[in-house]
Design a protein around this ligand. Structure first.
Ligand SMILES: *Cc1c(COP(=O)(O)O)cnc(C)c1O
Length: 355
């Protein structure tokens, strides 16, 4: 760092994104992207005519996209906030809803960015350990009087809470925002977005990056009470009003016209997940019960780190975390059935080599 950096950032430890190698062709099972391309409607919407209009700014109010999302999720467009990736919403939420009086509370094992945002804004926070089976004990989150963030399904475990459990947390913290990060909700968990009509302190955050095949376009959205949405807009219009580019806005609208295509893809991924779990179990893995497009798996014949390295040598990328409590695991994104067959073949090979 330079001597010019504000001292308050000197100790900031930034988020480490999963590898995005640009050189070799890997089977990429490390960052939970969809293995399927965007729908035809998206390819048609992002055309050269639209590229030729990039001299113009995008709509800072994102009206078209908000209206479309409001239809799909049966809310009003004033209940929708859209952003440059859902990370932006998490970022703004830590900026806007925490402070000297409001501390943050989130699981110890969860999306790594929560801690980074809290550190970035100097927010005090408490990280709650998971239970021994890697589930969340919801009692830890009831009546806490803190800004609560929970990924549902959780990452990197893939384990989901029920809607009843989410509601209990929201209901018992009426004076604070409960943010439910639903990045993976389309792969089998229940979304809490309908509860935003009943509770004005619930903010549900979703992304186009996983189930809607647009990780590279950067698009996320949130559903919540009108007043919370206005708060987020205030931050956006105080930082970067055009944060979502024209092409991404078009892609976002067009994707919603092919909802069935994405639902079918999610179904295929859920099927490939079941296949992967049963094959990995035969190979001696224990796997947490996943409702996401990844599984968190621990082998009985090789360490988490060695498996990660062996797979990489053989052309398959998975995600390994070095944190003590989860270092035996690898997070494996569910791709196509063919990709998962290749994964199983490769792990079978590795198992043969280490014995
Ligand atoms: C992928 C992911 C996000 C970020 O999604 P973007 O919309 O790509 O910024 C947020 N939360 C969780 C838990 C994720 O896994």
């Amino acid at each position: 760092m330079s001597r010019f950096l504000n001292k308050k950032y000197w100790s900031l430890k930034e988020y480490t994104p999963g590898e995005q190698p640009q050189d070799q062709q890997y089977i990429k099972l490390n960052t939970n992207e969809s293995p399927y391309p965007p729908s035809k409607s998206v390819l048609d919407a992002v055309n050269s005519e639209e590229v030729s209009r990039l001299n113009l700014y995008s709509d800072p109010e994102c009206k078209l996209l908000k209206n479309k999302l409001a239809q799909i999720y049966d809310v009003e467009s004033k209940n929708i906030y859209v952003s440059n990736g859902s990370d932006d919403i998490l970022n703004f939420s830590f900026m806007a809803f925490c402070g000297d009086e409001v501390e943050a509370l989130f699981p110890e094992i969860s999306y790594g960015f929560y801690k980074v945002y809290a550190d970035l804004y100097g927010v005090k926070y408490k990280r709650v350990p998971l239970k021994d089976d890697f589930t969340i004990d919801i009692d830890d989150y009831c009546n806490q009087n803190k800004f609560i963030v929970i990924a549902n399904p959780n990452a990197p475990t893939g384990i989901a809470l029920t809607l009843e459990e989410i509601e209990k947390i929201v209901k018992t913290n009426p004076d604070n925002i409960v943010l439910i990060d639903e990045a993976y909700v389309d792969f089998g968990a229940d979304s809490a977005y309908n509860l935003t009509k009943k509770y004005d302190n619930l903010l549900v955050v979703m992304t186009y990056s996983k189930s809607r095949s647009l990780a590279g376009a950067r698009l996320g959205f949130a559903i919540g009470n009108e007043e919370i949405i206005k708060d987020l807009e205030k931050i956006k219009f105080s930082t970067n009003p055009y944060s979502i580019n024209r092409l991404t806005l078009l892609a976002g609208v067009a994707a919603l016209e092919s909802d069935n295509y994405y639902k079918d893809n999610a179904k295929k991924i859920i099927e490939a997940r079941a296949y992967t779990v049963s094959e990995l179990e035969k190979l001696g893995f224990s796997i947490l019960p996943s409702k996401a497009n990844f599984v968190f798996a621990k082998a009985d014949f090789i360490s988490g780190e060695d498996l990660y390295k062996e797979l990489k040598t053989k052309g398959i990328l998975v995600r390994h975390f070095t944190d003590e409590k989860i270092k035996d695991f690898n997070r494996i994104t569910i791709g196509t059935k063919e990709q998962m067959q290749k994964l199983i073949e490769t792990i079978t090979l590795i198992k043969g080599e280490v014995k």
